[in-house]
Write a protein that binds this ligand. Structure first.
Ligand SMILES: [Zn+2]
Length: 306
């Protein structure tokens, strides 16, 4: 499989995956891949270093896997179609979804809507399942925001740039918004959000104009253009997609499924969506580490529980 990344390394369009230096030269081969050696950090690498393909067996199945994933085939169907075991199918799914995290993360421009939504904490698929009965991310029986709800910050501008971030357990704070979208909103933009004090603080800190829309005061649209209906509709569509396609997902992997949803939205207008998806997935040199840190990030998330 001759990849675009190999081409880019040969043409010096990308740097050393270890130190980003351009001072590297060809250095033989490594299991069929071209190997390079960096003169700056002295380390060697191939086009797969850092990507989820590094050290992967059965690389020849990757394109078929991506195709089946593109068709949203279940792990059981993929297992049969590619003659791999279900654990491999599962691991590959999450390696690929981890690789989508930063793909096409553009700045927000113009009218920017942001609002959080909540998913019930779920340990679906976990062997040490402590909670009983409620496997799917349904509605909590208690009113208000409790600590067993996972806050997801959804942000979108009117040109289609979108961010879906698993932020914290329970109520979000200013720092959660900052972590999700801070530094990505272009200066002259206008932020639309509910009356949440965290959004007010975030807007103030970032010198952004804020239009507050309070549903409790029936403020659904202001001046005909300012509203948060796009993100609220996204909340519903994402939940519906997760429930109908996967019958709920484990909180540990929620960010990955959000990456999947976002990437489909980003590429839905592209005429070569499948190719874009494959390129995005196989060229991200931080994806293997991101995949390895899933457990760590989950632990960090649930310790935010009050
Ligand atoms: Zn280097």
């Amino acid at each position: 499989m001759k990849s675009d990344r190999q081409e880019k390394l040969i043409n010096k369009q990308v740097g050393c995956p270890h130190c980003n230096s351009m001072k590297f030269t060809r250095f033989g081969k490594d299991k069929g891949s071209l190997r390079f050696k960096c003169k700056e950090c002295n380390r060697t690498f191939t086009e797969h270093t850092g990507t989820w393909l590094a050290g992967l067996h059965k690389k020849e199945l990757v394109n078929d896997y991506l195709e089946l994933m593109y068709q949203e085939k279940s792990l059981d169907k993929i297992k049969v179609a590619l003659n791999i075991n279900k654990k491999t199918a599962f691991d590959w799914r999450h390696k690929i979804l981890s690789s989508f995290q930063d793909v096409e993360k553009k700045d927000f421009n113009g009218i920017v809507e942001s609002d959080e939504t909540f998913f019930l904490q779920s340990e679906k698929g976990s062997k040490s399942m402590k909670r009983s009965g409620r496997k799917r991310g349904g509605k909590s029986s208690t009113r208000g925001i409790s600590g067993d709800q996972v806050a997801v910050i959804v942000t979108a501008d009117r040109s289609g740039t979108m961010d879906l971030t698993v932020a914290t357990m329970g109520r979000i704070g200013k720092k959660d918004i900052d972590k999700a979208i801070g530094n990505r909103i272009v200066k002259e933009s206008i932020l639309c959000a509910d009356g949440h004090v965290s959004y007010k603080g975030f807007a103030k800190d970032n010198n952004l104009s804020l239009v507050v829309l309070r549903a409790d005061l029936k403020q659904h649209v202001k001046q005909g253009i300012y509203h948060i209906q796009n993100v609220n509709s996204l909340h519903n569509r994402i939940k519906k997609w997760i429930d109908s396609t996967f019958w709920g997902v484990s909180t540990k992997y929620l960010q990955n499924y959000l990456n999947w949803y976002r990437i489909q939205e980003v590429y839905k207008k592209s005429i070569c969506a499948k190719q874009d998806m494959a390129n995005g997935s196989t060229q991200d040199i931080f994806s293997l580490n991101r995949y390895r840190e899933i457990n760590y990030r989950y632990q960090a998330l649930i310790t935010t529980q009050i």
